[in-house]
Design a binder for this molecule. Sequence first.
Ligand code: SF4
Length: 102
Amino acid sequence: MTDRDQFYVQLDGPATIEDYHWLMEQRVLKFRPEDVSYSPQPKHAEVCRTCVHFFKGEAAHRNTCELMRPHSETESVAPCGWCRFHTTDYQTFGIIDKENKS
Ligand code: SF4
């Protein structure tokens, strides 16, 4: 079983504004767009907006992906884009399956 504590910052008390700024400077590792064959242009039935890794940022005015970070800080992940790791259930990967069959 995973120790969920490993996913939290251990603080001595309530998070301060300094803690907040420090946290904002930390960036989780993600894949590069080219390494997951990301494209903002639709090609498959599987598109980002139907992927469990897609997050729509209303306030930030940009969409993000848990797995892949665009090269530009301001680039938004296209809702109609795609990559090889599209999944709706973390278990099935339709585009990779199609690649393996061809
Ligand atoms: S299809 Fe790929 S790029 Fe798009 S949201 Fe899912 S994992 Fe991210």
